[in-house]
Design a protein around this ligand. Structure first.
Ligand code: GAR
Length: 208
């Protein structure tokens, strides 16, 4: 059972999905939730589940992103965290943190990477006219929304879709994908074939 620390900035619905699936998947334990935003909804979700929480305001560190990350790193290590899962954590990580946790940080992103890294993914997908949209769980590398892909799930785009409708339809798919990817990565015994969406797992023997 791998000890996971989840970094959040907001409502924490993906955090909730990871919490809800942990007993069933039996491969990871969410041991700590760290937020950089004081009123992030995810903090209450963690507390309701009896999970330890910490708040590290990035603003308190001014422009010194690395000092902010060193504070997070110290908290994660003190808690014995083995894997870091980003779940709507809206700070770009510096090379210091990414390399300190290399091959141990996962992220979920609401697009089929490498298409549409960054923000406003749903609007940009519609603008590009893609017929398939989706989400990606990947290992974190220095470039934003880049790194070895662990899993993806796709949804069809309809002519009626808006950025809001795409986001609403994709969110439950994110919630299904992330726990499976985290469990597979943590070395758990998951059955991706049983999942109703096209999923592809890449578990790194020797990550790039
Ligand atoms: C999710 O849609 C996640 O994929 C996205 O933020 C949302 C967080 O929602 N992440 C990113 O855009 C990261 N680049 P949540 O707080 O309810 O999990």
């Amino acid at each position: 059972m791998k000890k996971v620390g989840v970094l959040i900035s907001g409502r924490g619905s993906n955090l909730q999905a990871l919490i809800d699936a942990q007993a069933r998947l039996g491969a990871y334990e969410i041991a700590l939730v760290v937020s950089n935003v004081a009123d992030a909804g995810g903090l209450a979700r963690a507390e309701a589940a009896g999970i330890a929480t910490r708040m590290i305001e990035h603003r308190a560190f001014g422009k010194d992103r690395e000092r902010f990350e060193r504070a997070i790193d110290a908290i994660l290590r003190a808690a014995g965290i083995e894997i870091v899962a980003l779940a709507g954590f809206m700070r770009v990580l510096t090379p210091y943190f990414v390399n300190a946790w290399r091959d141990k940080i996962l992220n979920i992103h609401p697009s089929l990477l490498p298409a549409f890294p960054g923000r406003d993914t749903h609007a940009r997908a519609l603008e590009a006219g893609v017929k398939l949209h989706g989400c990606t769980v990947h290992l974190v590398r220095e470039a934003v929304d880049d790194g070895p892909i662990l899993g993806q799930a796709a949804i069809a785009v309809t002519p009626e879709d808006t950025p809001e409708s795409l986001a609403a339809r994709l969110l439950p798919v994110e919630h299904a994908l992330y726990p499976l990817c985290l469990a597979a990565f943590a070395g758990g015994n998951v059955q991706p074939a049983a999942f109703p969406l096209a999923l592809n797992f890449w578990v790194p023997a020797k990550p790039r």
